[in-house]
Design a protein around this ligand. Structure first.
Ligand code: 5CA
Ligand code: ZN
Length: 407
């Protein structure tokens, strides 16, 4: 489907260092080593409500990765899905008495506008599940041929026993998996399943639900297979990074990897699994189901500068769990004003040290707070001392290209 317009990324005068990232599977910081283009898959939205700051924080985090790889001299091939048919979307459409397709299109369009306003680089391929039925069906057929599937009534399940490395993405113990699974879309108690952890690949048609024809009967895809099928089609196996929020580690990323690896045991699904922390509000994880949401579009409509919203998100490390407070936006706006004042003066402090520090910080597991601090130091020095003055153009380029903030 249509992505969103790409912001301009100015050329940096220097090359950044190779990018290192915390990989959830190995539980350590690993060097990324893209062969040609760096290949990135980030799980997209389920479009039944507007983009909240938790979503925005996650997409801005992976936008930093995109920018850090580009700064290091790589081209980036970026793929993102849209879960445009799934239980929560259908439930919301029914509740609100609107067509599920209309709801998905409306919220996806709002997401595009929010992402464009936040200067998030768009994916090269933005792919809806409803556009991917042939891909999903072909993957399920391959899994069936590998003996990794079985039926329960009209539904098709994936047998977790068919991938020897199942469990290696999350590193969770079985008890932990059993605890989390039902909270994140799983159905451990369904009678007829061989293992409570087996995941739904194909949901047979139910009255009133959308469905597509398939060799397994009419129905619709399960959640995890959509991301396996889309990533494999547009990036191929063993792509560089599978990304998303930490709520996707299990079962979603574990299962997407397992679906792929049951058919391709020689090729890990992704080389690294990278997860953003959860943003909370009012003491709880911000989530559509809890309803404690701060929407990007609401802040924008209330007059917030999207660059201040972005800067507020960059003040937190992407891996930490943190709470949004309204004061953060006020602080970010004040910082943006200071940076803009320094960058629009005719002369400022030298840019070289800040440039090196920002690029090193980003390459070091996307350490945005450290990069932001480096620009603070530059802005303060510019105010204090214009003796060794230099035109601030390079800082504007740096902040735009590396941090995505237009001054
Ligand atoms: N469509 C699926 C992925 S295939 C999905 O999880 N959609 S979502 O709309 O629920 O979430 C979109 C992205 O935002 C996911 O990467 C998710 O991990 C992330 N996310 C959701 N809530 C938060 C939060 N409170 N803080 C940070 N990231 C979040
Ligand atoms: Zn996904």
């Amino acid at each position: 489907m249509r992505s969103w317009p790409a912001p301009d990324v100015p050329r940096l005068p220097v090359t950044g260092p190779p990018v290192r990232l915390f990989d959830s599977a190995s539980h350590s910081v690993v060097a990324t080593a893209p062969e040609d283009a760096a290949r990135l898959y980030v799980c997209g939205i389920t479009p039944y409500d507007a983009t909240h700051l938790g979503h925005a924080a996650t997409y801005v985090a992976f936008d930093l990765l995109n920018r850090a790889w580009r700064a290091a001299g790589h081209s980036v091939r970026y793929v993102q899905n849209v879960t445009d048919v799934d239980d929560p979307l259908l439930e919301r459409a029914t509740r609100d008495g609107i067509d599920w397709r209309e709801l998905a299109e409306r919220e996806t369009e709002l997401f595009r506008q929010d992402m464009a306003a936040l200067r998030v680089l768009p994916p090269d391929e933005y792919v809806g599940v409803t556009e991917s039925l042939p891909l999903v069906i072909a993957e399920i057929e391959q899994l069936a041929a590998a003996g990794a599937t079985y039926r329960v009534d009209d539904d098709v399940y994936y047998s977790v026993a068919s991938d020897a490395s199942f469990g290696e993405v999350s590193g969770m113990l079985r008890e932990e998996m059993l605890h989390v699974f039902p909270e994140r879309g799983g159905d451990p108690d369904r009678p007829g399943k061989r293992d409570p952890l087996d995941a739904l690949l194909w949901r047979g048609e139910r009255p009133g639900e959308p469905s597509w024809e398939s060799p397994f009967g009419p129905g619709r895809p399960g959640w995890h297979i959509e991301c396996s099928a889309i990533a494999l089609e547009f990036l191929g196996p063993s792509f560089d990074v599978q990304g998303g929020g930490s709520d996707l580690v299990f079962p979603h990323h574990e299962m997407s990897a397992a679906h792929s690896q049951a058919v391709r045991p020689q090729a890990p699904f992704a080389r690294a699994y990278v997860h953003a922390g959860m943003v909370g509000y009012d003491g709880e994880k911000m989530s559509k189901s809890r309803g404690n949401l701060v929407f990007v579009s609401r802040l924008r409509n209330d007059g917030a500068d999207p660059m201040a919203i972005r800067l507020a998100l960059l003040a937190e490390h992407y891996r930490s769990d943190w709470e949004w407070t309204d004061a953060q936006l006020t602080e970010a706006q004040a910082r943006l004003d200071r940076w803009r004042a320094a960058a629009s003066a005719t002369a400022g402090a030298p840019a070289e040290a800040a440039t090196r520090e920002v690029l090193e910080a980003l390459a070091d597991d996307l350490d945005a707070p450290r990069a932001v601090a480096a620009i603070d130091v530059w802005a303060e020095a510019s105010q204090r001392d214009t003796a060794s003055a230099e035109a601030p153009g390079q800082i504007r380029t740096l902040v735009d290209a590396a941090l995505g903030v237009r001054l």
